[in-house]
Design a binder for this molecule. Sequence first.
Ligand code: PMP
Length: 439
Amino acid sequence: MSHVFPRHTKSNLPTVARGEGVYLYDQSGKQYFDGSGGAAVSCLGHGDPDVIAAIKGQLDSIAYAHTSFFTSDPAEQLADKLISHAPEGIDRVYLVSGGSEAMEAALKLARQYYVEIGQPQRRHVIARRQSYHGNTLGALATGGNEWRRAPFAPLMVETTHISPCFEYRGKRDEETTLEYGIRVADELEAEIRRLGEDSVFAFVAEPVVGATAGAVPAVEGYFKRIREICDRYGVLLILDEVMCGMGRTGKLFACEEDGVAPDIIAIAKGLGAGYQAIGAMLCSAKIYGAIEDGSGFFQHGHTYVGHPTACAASLAVLSKLTDGGLVDRSAEMGGKLQAALVQAFGQHPNIGDIRGRGLFRGIEIVEDRETKAPFAPERGINKLLKKETFAAGLICYPMGGTIDGVRGDHILLAPPFILEDNHIDEIVTKLGTAIGAVL
Ligand code: PMP
């Protein structure tokens, strides 16, 4: 009997034994292609010798020291390197242990900023219905998953939600893509006005929506309009790049593609590539300066903030992503993966959309590709796909969810950036086997 508390108490999972490159192996020796990098984590694949050496080297000098007493070389170097690649205006890094912690820190920093500058009446956050920002209470409140939020509804921070930017389902025939983006972005302005022009402190969004929708980028112009609206009403723009950041979309920061600079960015997952638990919140000089000139103290903290071993691992990861050219590789191989998916499944009667950026790809499963009607939830298509892909030796991230009353099933692919051309063939073949068995 296992004493580990799994997420699904009746699950009977195989035991992972080892990993090598793009593959994982269970105890029976079965090989799995890690087509989703877990949950878009393992961007370097498994067993990377440089990252392992960096961790071992750090353990030999100092594994951990509390940030109330010391800073450390790996934390300083990691922050410097992140800032040297960050969007304009982003100037400081707060190092945490994961994505939810990064989002919690982002929300608290944004709120504290307005308290520091004498606008404590700003207490509302606006987010989007199609989003996941983490499972801690603040992050959960900003997320749009009704089923995740429902049991904890009485504990939620005051957040309201506007429409996502989801062209496949949201664009009307009579409007252009640009008009669609502006229409849904303008919902932010309407919501700010409804709540009170000086009562909102932040708007939160994922530049490319991950787990809840399957790699959905916003349309061109959407985030520029969002930025304009935020500036008009003094609302801070928090971008959640926990899943889509760190090269996943073919740029180190996904928002580079959208041409906007946020006030705060949350990153995690690919930052540690699974070798250590690490996340970060990056903020602008304006926000940091207000706190420095005010109380001089960010009213937050965790025991493992700036963990030296995690930072050393992350620094090695970031060097490979940037200096080692892996972000560019994500862009290049992502284009090839998209083309191969379209070639193999583009005409399939149950595949409605194949989308994404870089090595972050989503496949929308529908009952009818003409009407875009989804399968009935009772069919449990995403669960069946998970079972069949796993049986075929492919790990991907099939999910289902209801957005604006429409239930969708999708598959999320987020393979390691080190994959080769033959691995793309392997993904397509194994996915084809699973799709053939289920649809
Ligand atoms: N934000 C986004 C966009 C995510 O995808 C996730 C994790 N799936 C989180 C936040 C939460 O990160 P973590 O699970 O590391 O707490």
